[in-house]
Design a protein around this ligand. Structure first.
Ligand code: GAL
Length: 662
């Protein structure tokens, strides 16, 4: 478990490097990521390479006992290349070219850009193939950042047609799968299919979903090109990529097969402002939302427990969120501990020094522009001193997350405030509020090792998926489904049978009606004599062979079942037909955690989360108020003590259920 940093030596006079690198080593930093956007510096004109500066920087890192992680520099090709080959640029839906001058503007399907990629990646990887300080590579940077997974250029149009030919074989099969008789949308050839460019009314949902899949596959292929070249040069190197938080358009799980582990970029105080529903609290502006960050840690951790990296960890204030608050005192250290508790093996801060040039001058570094240590440096050094080696996380619960369900529900949100991640969080948070480690995995993984599977919105379901879930439940597993489950087939068409379609037998109920509701309509259910709120999404259930757990409390739906459950084989299944607010989610999830025999804590204070890894439990306090902790006699505090201050952390050798808070 270790600390790293992202360094851009090319931004600083070479006289500074020795002192910078020495300071990194003094802080206990072990990994230095470099070269990320360096193509223009390394190849100032076609075929004229200047690697010497990077050689020096890599040597320095090695001489100070640290390891270098290098990046393929393809997120920012130089101007001369774009001038030579303007066809490599991406095009927006409306036909606007995405121009050179920032980053991530090149098309994943451009043959010319793939050839250029191969050329530059080979030059980099061959150069460092035998360098003892280089241990691995990050491919490119944040694929899809700035909404660039989907491009609408002519190369993409051709590639989409090929992708459809391969998938459907005949245009008749495509027409049948999509259902193109609606609004006369039949095609007479694959050549007639275009990317979904702007239309007056909504696009056909099946065409859109396939375009999203195709665009995703294009990134997978492009990434594979990088990964293969890196391994060709040196098979001992690791290959990873830095994904983003709560990111919609790229299926991170689909790139996993080509990477040794997944990494992601965590900016907690930015995320609560720019990608989460609801206004952030004052404490969240200082430390972020632990479950928003935690969910992404869990998503990027491998389903088999493979540790993830935080490749970029917020080092202080950031420039791209609406506001740039300073994190709370100690928050940068808190985030490192929180990541490790969730199964992270390395936390690399972005960036070493606040930069004096370019687009990110209002973004902190661990150090100030003059190179002297800042707030982040002290936090990073303390974390580096405190972290210790651990085995993988062992989670008893899986939350199923699937990008195709995300895309399909966001293509037809059916409510302005439908948000896939918020909805997933309603269920995920309820598990986390009870100190239970949770994997966030694709539905196709082997579920047999989990005690409880939570499927918040398993929207697209076919017979095969339904059979796998039935087998899991019959063998003793417990499943809790959420609303919008089993509504459509994988082509994004409604099942003939009422939802949950192929899962109806397993659930023992169908959805009689569904509705989406704005805030002025009361949305409540009755459960065990208590009344609970839900939001936005309601289904009226018709049980056939299931017990009613909760009923709608009033209005047109009054008295109709809202949540049902039943035993199946040695396990059981529950179906929650509403988007639960926290108290309802808590009531339901504790019921199913207990039924599944998952050991849990009482409901934790809102800003406090606990997580166990390798026999140690982390108590992370994302609030500004201190909390007092009761631990069993004989418990050792490896970090901190029984009073956990605001934005502070403690680590004990006891299990979460043995802890309590005053
Ligand atoms: C990340 C990106 C970095 C830098 C950082 C600023 O999304 O990968 O290159 O721009 O944001 O917070």
């Amino acid at each position: 478990m270790t600390i790293g940093v992202c360094y851009f030596p090319e931004h600083w006079p070479s006289d500074d490097w020795e002192r910078d690198v020495e300071r990194m080593a003094d802080a206990g930093i072990e990994y230095v990521r470099m070269a990320e956007f360096s193509w223009g510096r390394v190849e100032p004109a076609r075929g004229e390479f200047d690697f010497e500066w990077l050689d020096d920087a890599v040597d320095l890192v090695g001489e100070h006992g640290m390891a270098a992680v290098l990046c393929t520099p393809t997120a920012t090709p130089p101007k001369w290349l774009v001038d030579e080959r303007p066809g490599i640029l991406q095009v927006d839906r409306d036909g606007t070219t995405r121009n050179w001058g920032s980053r991530r503007f090149t098309c994943f399907n451009s043959d010319a850009y793939r050839r250029e990629t191969e050329r530059i990646v080979r030059a980099f990887t061959e150069r460092y193939a035998d360098h003892p300080a280089v241990v691995g590579w990050q491919t490119d940077n944040e694929y899809g950042c700035h909404d660039t997974v989907r491009c609408y250029c002519d190369d993409c149009a051709d590639a989409f047609r090929d992708w459809l030919r391969e998938k459907y074989q005949s245009v008749a099969a495509l027409n049948e799968a999509w259902g193109t008789t609606f609004w006369s949308q039949q095609y007479d050839s694959f050549a007639a299919v275009d990317p979904p460019r702007p239309t007056p009314a909504d696009q056909h949902p099946s065409r859109l979903l396939d375009y999203y899949r195709f665009a995703n596959d294009s990134v997978v292929e492009y990434n594979r090109l990088h990964a293969d070249l890196v391994r060709e040069a040196n098979d001992d190197w690791f290959v990873t990529h830095n994904f983003m938080g709560d990111f919609d358009s790229l299926d991170a799980h689909s790139l996993a097969a080509d990477l040794d582990f997944l990494a992601w970029d965590s900016y907690p105080t930015g995320f609560v402002q720019d990608r989460r529903q609801g206004d952030p609290t004052v404490d969240e502006l200082r430390a972020g939302d632990p479950d928003e960050v935690g969910l992404n840690h869990d998503l990027y951790r491998g389903a088999d427990g493979t540790p993830f990296w935080v490749m970029e960890q917020q080092p202080g204030d950031v420039n791209w969120s609406p506001h740039g608050p300073q994190p709370g005192e100690g928050a940068m250290r808190l985030w490192a501990h929180h990541a490790v508790a969730h199964g992270g093996d390395a936390v690399c801060y972005f960036r070493w020094r606040r930069c004096r040039q370019g687009q990110e001058q209002y973004h902190a570094g661990l150090c100030k522009p003059d190179g002297s240590p800042g707030r982040g440096y002290r936090d990073a050094a303390q974390a580096a001193d405190e972290l210790f080696d651990l085995g993988p996380v062992d989670a008893p619960v899986a939350v199923l997350h699937d990008y195709e369900n995300l895309w399909a529900t966001e293509i037809e949100p059916h409510a302005p405030d439908w948000n896939y991640w918020s909805h997933l969080r309603a269920f995920y948070d309820a598990v986390r509020r009870h100190g239970v480690q949770t994997d966030v995995v694709a539905p196709g993984v082997d579920l047999s090792g989990y005690d409880l599977v939570v499927a918040p919105a398993l929207h697209l379901v076919d017979d095969e998926r339904a059979a796998a879930l039935r087998a899991y439940a019959e063998a003793g597993g417990r499943v809790c489904f959420g609303p919008r489950t089993g509504v459509k087939d994988p082509a994004n068409k409604l099942h003939r049978a009422s939802a949950p379609g192929p899962l109806a037998d397993l659930v023992g109920a169908t959805v009689d009606q569904r509705e989406s509701l704005p805030g002025q309509v009361p949305t409540r259910v009755d459960l065990d004599g208590e009344r609970y709120d839900y939001r936005t999404w309601a289904e009226w259930l018709a049980p056939d062979d299931a017990d009613v757990v909760a009923t709608h409390a009033g209005g047109v739906a009054g008295g109709r079942p809202a949540v049902v459950e039943r035993d199946v084989g040695d396990g059981g299944v529950a179906y929650c037909g509403v988007w639960p607010e926290p108290d309802l989610a808590d009531e339901l999830l504790t019921r199913y955690l207990d039924a599944a025999g998952v050991v849990r804590t009482d409901r934790l204070p809102d800003a406090v989360r606990v997580a166990e890894r390798g026999g140690y439990t982390w108590i992370t306090n994302f609030g500004s108020e201190s909390v007092d902790l009761d631990v069993p006699p004989g418990t050792d505090f490896i970090v901190g003590g029984p009073t956990v201050d605001g934005f502070d952390v403690a680590v004990v050798d006891a299990a979460p259920p043995d802890l309590s808070f005053n």
